[in-house]
Write a protein that binds this ligand. Structure first.
Ligand SMILES: O=C(O)C(=O)C[C@]1(C(=O)O)C=C[C@@H](O)C=C1
Length: 283
């Protein structure tokens, strides 16, 4: 049986994404992203599933930083529609709620709702963990933001549903593996990390390497590099359409390698081509 590690507690969105992509897998919730990355690295599990970005709240910084520090391969991407609910112990009324606990991403994705109801937002380490903690230690006026699945698992009621700021709230996840996977049929995407020299036009030249090959970039993210000698020098994360071994991408990567001061291919993986993929059946 395939073993998949995710960050969080049973009922987390990361677990839901894992099970939709790998039905029947054994999912193992771990408290931190560090532990997920090291469980895959040490061979304690076959795969890790970690969130990378969300359409409402943006990137998950820690995932990006760990991708740089470890040698795992990105072998897949998953997209899950994240539909947040306000959960509370049975008998609670919406107007009684004063404080809300959830994962920082869950809180960020429901910022408008939290402001409208003047709730105090308290971050905890995952959405389902918030639901479980609330069920175990109910407190008057306290609610959690998590999925309907988490409500069912921990015996809470749904006071409000689809409370995220945007209905089109999707989270994208990476599937991490120790070994690269053989290539399959269909369109691919590739994720790379690179840094450029500190000279005018270097980022432009790096991006031109892709443009010259007619390659479509689907993402460009900049993070501060953890370099004590050059604080705030950026490191770039790019995704593009195609497999790193295709003629166009391999030529672009070669050009990038010649110009950039550092290049790392995180992986090539089958692209999720429709945002409907992994949607809830009732949508
Ligand atoms: O807390 C969870 O349920 C998670 O799976 C984590 C996480 C995240 O880190 O982005 C995953 C999906 C949602 O965007 C909210 C939270």
């Amino acid at each position: 049986m395939m073993r998949i590690a995710f960050q969080g507690t049973e009922g987390a969105y990361s677990e839901e994404a894992s099970l939709k992509a790998f039905p029947g897998a054994q999912t193992i919730g771990l408290p931190t992203f560090h532990q997920v990355f090291s469980a895959v690295t040490e061979g304690e599990v076959d795969l890790g599933v970690v969130p990378v970005e969300n359409t409402t709240a943006g990137i998950i910084n820690q995932t990006y930083d760990l991708l740089l520090e470890t040698d795992l391969h990105v072998v897949g991407e998953l997209v899950l529609k994240v539909d947040h609910c306000l959960l509370a112990p049975p008998g609670t009324r919406l107007e009684d709620v004063r404080k809300v606990i959830s994962h920082p991403q869950g809180l960020a994705q429901c910022d408008g709702f939290i402001a409208r109801y003047k709730l105090e937002a308290i971050p905890v380490y995952d959405t389902a963990g918030a639901a479980r903690a609330l069920a175990e230690n109910p407190e008057p006026g306290l609610a959690a933001i998590a999925s309907r699945r988490a409500a069912e698992r921990y015996g809470l009621v749904v006071l409000a549903q689809s409370i995220q700021d945007f209905i089109g709230n999707y989270t994208r996840f990476f599937v991490l593996s120790r070994e690269d996977w053989p290539r399959r049929e269909g369109p691919y995407k590739t994720s790379v990390v690179f840094t450029t020299r500190h000279r005018p036009g270097e980022l432009l030249a790096a991006l031109k390497a892709f443009a010259d090959q007619g390659i479509n970039l689907t993402k460009l993210e900049s993070r501060p590099r953890r370099n004590p000698d050059r604080p705030f020098s950026p490191i770039f994360y790019a995704d593009f359409e195609g497999h790193a071994e295709d003629p166009g991408p391999s030529q672009a990567l070669l050009t990038l390698l010649r110009r950039a001061s550092f290049v790392k291919v995180l992986g090539s993986y089958p692209a999720v081509t429709s945002w409907g993929f992994l949607k809830d059946p009732e949508d």
